[in-house]
Design a protein around this ligand. Structure first.
Ligand code: ATP
Length: 442
């Protein structure tokens, strides 16, 4: 059954409050009352985010032999943004209420006659460029204007020739980059879904013009495979083919991959066939030849581009939404994150049954160190009752907890507890590493 607005809000509130309570994500500049559209990732949030980025990098760069990694500068020569069309056209229609002065995106409003907040009269829509403008160097003049990049893509197009000249790749090949992007969104909202500073994981994949269709299909599959990798609920993901009339000026085909967020079904990722628009545009403005010479066919042409574009923050939110669960365990209500072990910020947690028994504490710390060197993110916790410690780990999505008790000293076994079922199993110390490695899929 579809959720009511109130239930949807409740789910978001629960996720936001858990994210804050457990150190995943905090409001940006919180002690100053915040800064709209910014969020700060705490220790567990950054661990989750890094796991997402590492999985992406592994799938799309490390495991392939046709992808070149990049980390281009955020600030670029302003001409790059003129060539790409962003200076003239990277805008959203803004509409302002004449009474309360609140601003809205005109395309997000059903009724342009009155303000949805105060009922006042709305002004005429006007275009608002979403790039953050700044000046580079000591002199503020038209020549020193630069922008915080609104997408990572252009940093790759302007390096296309560098990759050709240094690695001499044959088509098809791609460039991949993970990095920050900035958009002065008119109405940032929905937690980390629509923010002003975010991260993207993008690929520009260069092909011969005739090969675009098969590459497009290849990346449709790869996007779904990545969605499964990070543990986003595939049942909540759908493809939305953009109608020809609604395509961006550079695109001949675009699919939005949408996710059923608690506040509605919205874009998670995009996949676009950008033709040869970008390389031609940069070539035109920079006067640098950005064509490719096909040695076999003795042909020179400007490659076409397929661009899969992934938002890191929207991934994190989809992962948290997919993982958030409430149930009853041992007669008690609990909240837990059913995170895939691949993205869970903590893989295993180790507890001594009692903190006032030195032999248990010493053994637990010894095992903790072994597991830490094996699995990296392993936590040690001795505070409070075992039940409380389990609940804390459940809330942050730790897949397994290992408890060291008197049986460990006497019989050489530990208790391993499964997050999702709560089931506990006695495992021989000698088998612990291989048991966990198999369970964690590492
Ligand atoms: P929307 O229509 O939601 O504004 P968009 O179509 O402008 O998004 P793209 O330009 O295709 O987005 O950007 C590529 C990806 O970057 C998006 O699929 C999304 O994952 C992410 N992204 C874009 N804008 C934001 C934002 N303001 N906050 C968080 N992530 C964003």
């Amino acid at each position: 059954m579809a959720k009511t607005k109130k239930e949807e809000n409740q789910v978001m509130e629960n996720i936001i409050s858990l994210a804050k309570r457990r150190g995943f994500i905090f409001q940006g500049s919180e002690i100053y009352g915040g800064l709209a559209g910014t969020w700060d990732y705490g220790p567990l949030g950054v661990a989750l985010k890094n796991n997402v980025k590492n999985l992406w990098w592994k799938r799309f760069v490390l495991d392939r032999d046709d992808m070149y990694g990049m980390d281009a500068a955020i600030l670029m020569n302003q001409n790059a943004w003129k060539a790409s069309g962003h200076v003239a056209g990277f805008s959203d229609p803004l509409i302002e209420c004449t009474k309360c002065k609140k601003r809205f995106r005109a395309d997000h409003l059903d009724d342009h006659s009155k303000c949805p907040e105060c009922g006042g009269k709305l002004g005429e829509p006007r275009q608002f460029n979403m790039m953050f403008k700044t000046y580079v160097g000591a002199i503020e003049s038209d020549d020193s204007i630069s922008y915080l990049r609104p997408e990572t893509a252009q940093g790759m197009f302007v390096n296309f020739k560098n990759i050709l000249d240094t690695f001499h790749p044959k088509l098809p090949f791609g460039m991949a980059q993970i990095g920050k992007a900035f958009r002065n969104e008119i109405a940032p909202r929905d937690f980390i879904f629509r923010v002003r500073e975010f991260e993207q994981m993008e690929i520009e994949y260069f092909v011969a013009p005739h090969a675009w269709k098969e590459t497009f299909e290849h990346f449709v599959k790869e996007v779904h495979a990545f969605i499964a990798d990070v543990g986003i609920d595939a049942k909540k993901v759908s493809e939305h083919e953009i109608a020809p009339g609604d395509l961006a000026h550079y695109s001949k085909r675009t699919i939005d991959f949408e996710f059923e967020y608690p506040f509605g079904t919205k874009e998670l990722y995009g996949l676009a066939y950008r033709t040869d628009f970008d390389l031609k545009a940069h070539s035109g403005v920079s006067k640098v030849d950005l064509s490719y010479y096909d040695e076999d066919k003795k042909e020179r042409f400007v490659p076409h581009v397929i661009e899969p574009s992934f938002g890191v923050d929207r991934t994190v939110l989809a992962v948290l939404t997919s993982a958030y669960a409430e149930d009853e365990l041992g007669g008690e209500k609990r909240v837990y994150l059913r995170l895939s072990p691949k993205v869970a910020p903590v893989k295993v947690s180790v507890f001594p049954l009692l903190k006032n028994k030195p032999e248990l504490v010493a053994k637990a710390q010894e095992i903790w160190k072994v597991l830490k060197s094996e699995f990296g993110s392993v936590m040690y916790d001795e505070a409070g009752s075992i039940g409380k410690r389990y609940r804390r780990q459940d809330e942050i999505g730790t897949p397994y907890c290992v408890t060291i008790d008197f049986d460990t000293i006497e019989k050489g076994t530990v208790t391993v507890r499964d997050r999702d079922t709560g089931a506990q199993e006695a495992i021989k110390l000698d088998d612990l590493v291989s048991y966990l490695a198999q369970k964690l899929g590492s």
